[in-house]
Design a protein around this ligand. Structure first.
Ligand code: ADP
Ligand code: MG
Length: 392
């Protein structure tokens, strides 16, 4: 893997720069700018080298269609302000962009293409789409570590058509994770929560042989609660996951990895509903699980006390509503407490997890913060990520 830092002549080169500017949005307001802030050194480096920059990113899950609410416009505005420089948001269909659309005058130095996931070809890793994209630039740079577990056109296939490099933030994250995983101290506890059940549930199986405890919380735990024979009402859930859960349980026994999942929960009638603590067998059909309960928090605290390393991805509940943020806050506070007394080494990752920790002003109380969630977990699996492999 070659870093863009080592490339000497970038003067007036057109750099196709894949970033992950997928920040949490509330309407057109950015609620957490961590991912934008972390990428500023890369942009400033390219600007200082007098390169021309074409930013590629996605935000949200438009699933291959143009969704006006998922425009990169607010992100473009925020970035313009932070760089004190104009950025042209080019909304034209990528498949119709010609070189005349780009860098029309000399002081136009940064262009941002509209949400790359508006195009169904992106997630299909489509070859001709990647080829078309590649004709817009001279050099490709991947500085989106958090997307590098995806074999998507702007991450993977594009590297077949252009000289390809890693970006500064990607270098930083890979080096930090390499160091952490090679020096890791047992007992190791991994906390997995959040809502991307379909991507994360398959990862758990591969993490079991590597870790001593796996704590499953958030939307991730709902299917387990259901598997145990409970009604989970309207809770977020994944179809057809019984087989994988069965495998997870049997593997945890043979591999001696303790699996911890909620023993009590907090429900609401909807996302804005009133919180109510409940036993697992007491959930009604019109309720949804939105946080972990006090017994579960206690259990998790004890496991954290027995651990030397904590790796965390995914909130324990629907923390955007303060009524359901208690579990996530208590976990964060416990980790911070033990971190301050040097009892543990702690790493957290994931867009929403980092946003939660930012809300608590706790970013500096962890040993390392990764911007990546899914990619972070897949890295811990020991897998070579498709986007990284493509750079090698
Ligand atoms: P990350 O971005 O940290 O990798 P995810 O994107 O997988 O994490 O999940 C974060 C989201 O999961 C948050 O929006 C949070 O509200 C949601 N979430 C967590 N627990 C639940 C739950 N029980 N029901 C619904 N949503 C949940
Ligand atoms: Mg997320």
């Amino acid at each position: 893997m070659k870093s863009i830092k080592e490339e000497i002549n970038l003067e007036n080169k057109k750099i196709l720069l894949r970033l992950d500017l997928n920040v949490p949005l509330l309407g057109d307001k950015i609620t957490d700018t961590t991912r934008i802030d972390k990428i500023l050194p890369t942009l400033n480096f390219l600007i200082s080298q007098n390169a021309k920059i074409i930013i590629i990113s996605h935000v949200g899950r438009p699933k291959g269609k143009v969704v006006n609410d998922l425009s990169l416009r607010p992100i473009c505005k925020d970035l313009e302000m932070k760089l004190s420089q104009n950025i042209k948001l080019l909304s034209k269909d990528i498949k119709e962009i010609v070189s005349n659309d780009l860098f029309q005058n000399d002081d136009e130095r940064i262009i941002m293409l509209e949400n790359i996931r508006f195009y169904p070809e992106e997630e299909k890793n489509n070859q001709s789409f990647a080829k078309k994209l590649s004709t817009l630039g001279d050099i490709y740079v991947n500085d989106a570590f958090s997307c590098s577990h995806r074999a998507h056109a702007s991450i993977h296939e594009i590297t077949n058509f252009l000289p390809s490099f890693s970006g500064l933030q990607l270098d930083l994250e890979i080096n930090a994770l390499k160091k952490i995983t090679s020096e890791i101290k047992k007992p190791i506890t991994c906390i997995i929560g959040g809502s991307k059940v379909s991507t994360k549930i398959n990862i758990i199986k591969n993490l079991i042989p590597r870790f001593d405890n796996i704590i499953i919380v958030g939307g991730m735990a709902n299917n387990i609660i259901k598997y145990m024979g409970n009604n989970i009402g309207k809770s977020l859930q994944e179809e057809n996951s019984d087989l994988i859960i069965k495998e997870i349980f049997s593997l945890s026994e043979t591999e001696n990895c303790k699996l911890i999942y909620p023993q009590d929960i907090v429900v609401g009638k909807d996302l804005n509903g009133k919180p109510q603590i409940k036993e697992l067998n007491d959930i009604s059909s019109d309720e949804m699980i939105l946080d972990i309960g006090p017994k579960t928090i206690n259990m998790i605290s004890n496991i954290i006390d027995e651990s030397n390393t904590i790796l965390w991805n995914g909130p324990a509940g629907y923390f955007e509503n303060p009524s359901f943020a208690n579990g996530s806050i208590k976990i964060a506070k416990k980790i911070i407490e033990n971190n301050k007394s040097n009892k543990i080494f702690s790493v957290a990752g994931g867009g929403d997890t980092v946003s939660l920790l930012n809300n608590l002003n706790a970013i500096n109380d962890f040993n390392f913060i990764s911007t990546a969630g899914g990619a972070f977990l897949e890295y811990l699996e020991g897998k070579e990520l498709p986007g990284i492999k493509a750079l090698n």
